[in-house]
Design a protein around this ligand. Structure first.
Ligand code: BV8
Ligand code: ZN
Length: 248
């Protein structure tokens, strides 16, 4: 694929690069997105499952939905898009991943600077005493497991609708985006806030905004460059360009 000259110049001169990613970057790893036609929200609406009241009302149903997603995540592998982002760390002074995903695939691909805005499905904690449990430590009897220390319900360590994002992570991520030279927006419909403020923060800091998506989104009119294609195919091509431009 040929990329526009302005973008190639930015790649050549950039020092700090941010990748703001959503479910679309993991689609080629076999993890369903939220709003796609096989989307996770197809069977259930987010309000029904990804929120605290739903969990208190029906801990078994919500826990089982996360167990189902955890199984998909465990069987999934990072794809060429995740690996390309990880490898970019060899060619820029600073590469940060700001992800909305809870699937841990960026870490498994080798990225080292990751801001998890919505938590991580591999971690769980007791809603009463906040003790953390890995999922290996939990044998769930079909309903939500109970804390060994206090008997409280254990929940996945993810940010549900109506819950605040981890403030320190969000503000650090916003800061990194604002100070970036290029901000890639990869595989996200950019409709969930406050995470969807990240590209705007990058833009207001003078960053060059590049969207990679299989279709235009609500953000497309605001980006400097909209690349239509699969992130697992586009990102490795960008990496190849970077290697030539940085002639390493
Ligand atoms: C908050 C973790 C306040 C859990 C997620 C009413 C009540 C309460 C809140 C609200 C409300 N109305 C609005 C809000 C705010 C709400 C919100 O924004 N709602 C939206 C729906 C309007 N936000 C919140 O509730 C947030 N909290 O506001 O708290 C507060 C503040 C202080 C104190 C107390 C309270 C919390 C939001 C976090 C929710 N958690 N996930 C879990 O995963 O189970 S959201 C979840 O959906 C994701 O994490 C992600 O953030 C979000 C969007 O998903 P995407 O990643 O964009 O995926 P999607 O399927 O939408 O799109 C995929 C894209 O990829 C598509 O564009 C597709 O074209 C593309 N694609 C597909 N394949 C490929 C591809 N691209 C490239 N290559 C491919 N191969
Ligand atoms: Zn407890």
């Amino acid at each position: 694929m040929e990329f526009k000259e302005e973008f190639l110049q930015k790649l050549k001169s950039a020092g700090s690069v941010v990748f703001f990613t959503g479910a679309g970057i993991s689609a080629e790893s076999g993890i369903p997105t939220f709003r796609g036609n096989e989307g996770l929200w197809k069977k259930f609406r987010p309000e029904e499952l990804a929120n605290f009241d739903a969990f208190i009302r029906n801990p078994g149903l919500v826990w089982e939905w996360y167990q189902y997603r955890r199984k998909i995540v465990e069987e999934a592998q990072p794809n060429a898009g995740h690996f390309a982002i990880a490898e970019m760390e060899n060619y820029f002074d600073n590469v940060s991943v700001i992800t909305q995903n809870i699937d841990n695939l960026h870490a498994r691909a080798g990225s080292t600077k990751i801001y998890e805005l919505h938590g991580n499905i591999e971690r769980n904690y007791c809603i009463d005493c906040k003790t953390y449990y890995t999922h290996e430590e939990l044998e769930s009897s079909g309903s939500a497991p109970e804390c060994r220390l206090c008997g409280g319900l254990i929940r996945p360590d993810v940010v549900w609708f109506g819950e605040p994002l981890p403030q320190n992570i969000f503000s650090a991520a916003e800061n990194v985006a604002r100070n970036s030279d290029i901000c890639f927006v990869v595989g996200t419909s950019a409709v969930v806030y406050p995470a969807a403020y990240i590209p705007g923060a990058a833009k207001s800091g003078g960053s060059y905004l590049v969207e990679i998506n299989i279709e235009p989104t609500e953000l497309s009119y605001r980006v400097d460059y909209s690349i239509i294609g699969k992130s697992g195919e586009i990102l490795p091509q960008i990496l190849e360009k970077v290697k030539k431009l940085k002639n390493r």
